[in-house]
Design a protein around this ligand. Structure first.
Ligand SMILES: Nc1ncnc2c1ncn2[C@@H]1O[C@H](COP(=O)(O)OP(=O)(O)OP(=O)(O)O)[C@@H](O)[C@H]1O
Length: 248
């Protein structure tokens, strides 16, 4: 089976019921307030009429200003959010690094979390146990690996999450600008490990504001603005367009 992503007229909404304030206090405040000035929150239309075909071997960069829809695009491809209309056909196993804090159990130790997260990634307990030593070594957390997750700093959590998520490759690699927390030494190691995954993957989509990295890793660029794809072109052209239109 050839790996591919085929999206046709895809729309994605974030339902307001999911993010609206629903506490009793806020309900009462609304009922009793004299001036009903607070706006009613509506659904957010994050992706609009997206049509894209990605073939095996392609390396795609997503460009766009804050809130343009890059992360939503990746989450939609990963199947994390149901689309509201259109069709989404993804062939190949997906490995994504989108929200590294997802799937951690705060009361369990780092070592136990390696197993839990591996299961979330669809791997067997046996496979995870065989990779445990390498993950522990890469995360380099010392004795903290046997402490509960809730005792970790944000940077330590990112290191562990990153070590686990990058321990296994997939056909389709989805990357968001996630590797922000970590000291310089860890960032160096992390970059090398990501490059290894990129090489192994058949399709890669990277959302980034770092134009140098996009230039190095991608051949094709999609420019997003307000949930639309406004340009689909070779990466150099996409960067040029983005700089002209959005960087001023
Ligand atoms: N979980 C969510 N619930 C509700 N709205 C969301 C959610 N995630 C994103 N949005 C909204 O969807 C739109 C697109 O956001 P998205 O995170 O995809 O943009 P982005 O291009 O990745 O931005 P950035 O460069 O800042 O990461 C924005 O209007 C944002 O407020």
């Amino acid at each position: 089976m050839t790996n591919a992503i085929r999206l046709r007229n895809v729309n994605l909404h974030y339902a307001s019921v999911a993010f609206r304030e629903r506490s009793l206090k806020s309900l009462f405040a609304t009922w009793f307030s004299q001036s009903r000035t607070k706006r009613d929150l509506t659904d957010i239309h994050a992706l609009k009429d997206i049509t894209v075909h990605v073939k095996q071997g392609e390396r795609i960069g997503l460009l766009g200003h804050n809130g343009a829809g890059k992360s939503s695009f990746l989450k939609m491809v990963a199947g994390l959010y149901p689309i509201s209309s259109g069709s989404r056909d993804v062939r190949g196993t997906i490995r994504s690094m989108l929200d590294l804090s997802l799937g951690f159990e705060p009361d369990a130790t780092g070592r136990e979390n390696i197993l839990y997260r591996g299961l979330l990634l669809g791997l067997s307990p046996r496979a995870m146990r065989s990779m445990e030593a390498e993950i522990v070594e890469f995360a380099d957390l010392g004795e903290f690996i046997d402490y509960p997750l809730k005792t970790y700093s944000v940077g330590m959590q990112v290191r562990l999450a990153f070590a686990i998520s990058t321990s296994v490759g997939g056909d389709i690699l989805l990357l968001d600008e996630v590797v922000g927390a970590g000291d310089a030494r860890f960032m160096g190691k992390a970059r090398a490990r990501i490059m290894n995954l990129v090489e192994q993957s058949e399709i890669m989509i990277l959302a980034s504001h770092d134009l140098t990295t996009l230039r190095q890793l991608c051949q094709r660029g999609l420019v997003l603005a307000d949930g639309h794809i406004v340009l689909d072109a070779p990466i150099e052209r996409a960067i040029e367009f983005y700089e002209e239109k959005f960087s001023k």
